[in-house]
Design a protein around this ligand. Structure first.
Ligand code: ZN
Ligand code: ZN
Length: 210
């Protein structure tokens, strides 16, 4: 596993800017998006320290600390997707030059400042074309958006979202430690070159795939 493989497991930075890059802590290097975390032996090139919000969670998070058994990743259906409505499938957006993507423009008045819907982009924040394209944040540049984000699979006695299992499935020779009882909050997994943990889906719709 190299740094760019590891980067795939980081967050986009929108929700937690601290998680947008891998970090190292006590001889190990980690990557996480907040829902899925993997750990590999320390990479010399990763010097960023553990974000403060994670420091107290790291000990005890990774390990077979519940009753379970090793299983292979379940067979996963292809994601149901639609064309991203934010970028119309191009994966790129052009921030509005008038409001710089803020959707509204401010006017300074005599008694107060107020904002009105940006007249150029009509409050959309983006325009159809422009000089500087940015990756669409809604689809992470892929141009399509998964429609059923809560599709999930049973892993032992808990459920894990398919979108997270698909990411884990890209790891070499990966196995999940399937809990024998419900009430477990994270599922531990191992792969050639590292270990990881993925959060359990708490609420799900009964009609989702088994
Ligand atoms: Zn605008
Ligand atoms: Zn998009």
């Amino acid at each position: 596993m190299n740094l760019s493989d590891l980067q795939q497991f980081c967050g986009s930075g929108d929700d937690y800017p601290d998680l947008a890059e891998p970090f190292s802590h006590e001889g190990q290097t980690y990557a996480t998006d907040g829902a899925l975390l993997i750990r590999v032996p320390r990479m010399a090139e990763v010097s960023k320290p553990c974000p403060k919000l994670l420091l107290s969670h790291l000990p005890g998070l990774l390990g077979e600390n519940y009753d379970g058994q090793w299983i292979a990743i379940p067979v996963l259906p292809a994601p149901s997707t639609l064309t991203c409505p934010n970028c119309n499938g191009s994966g790129k957006v052009y921030p509005c030059p008038e409001c710089e993507g803020e959707r509204s423009v401010k006017y300074v008045g005599k008694t107060a400042d107020w904002g009105i819907e940006c007249p150029l982009c009509k409050g959309y924040g983006h325009v159809d074309d422009g000089e500087t394209a940015m990756e669409c944040g809604n689809c992470q540049g892929s141009g399509c958006k998964e429609t059923n984000l809560l599709a999930n699979k049973k892993v032992g006695e808990v459920r894990v979202e398919n979108r997270l299992l698909r990411k884990i499935a890209t790891l070499p020779d990966v196995e999940l430690f399937a809990p024998r009882k419900s009430g477990v909050n994270e599922v531990f997994f191992r792969f050639t070159g590292g270990v990881g943990v993925v959060m359990v889906l708490r609420e799900y719709i009964d009609t989702d795939e088994g």
